[in-house]
Design a protein. Sequence first.
Length: 119
Amino acid sequence: MDIRVKRAYEAPSDEDGMRVLVDRLWPRGLTREKAHVDLWLKELAPSTELRKWFNHEPDKWETFKQRYLQELERQPEAMAHAIATMGRGRVTLLSAAKDERFNNAVALREFILARRRMH
């Protein structure tokens, strides 16, 4: 599986493959037509409490990832459904976060790839 991460506000590309939004809230100001989202997995977004605590502060990144991955591990059915739905082709995880290095899509990508290597 080839998983990429992209801001939801970036223009869709033929290179994206399946476009999967992984935020709990729909990106502000983005129409569904412009977003070209194939799948919205809001159940795999971090909890509101965790998202607000993190506040995209790079100093909290490692702790955020640990807490977020713990949240994901408590949802094995949703995670299995997401992985099965995304298939084996190219997938682009979309997030509205401004910070392209420290956001839930990046952490989710790491988690999915690590999980696929284990199975």
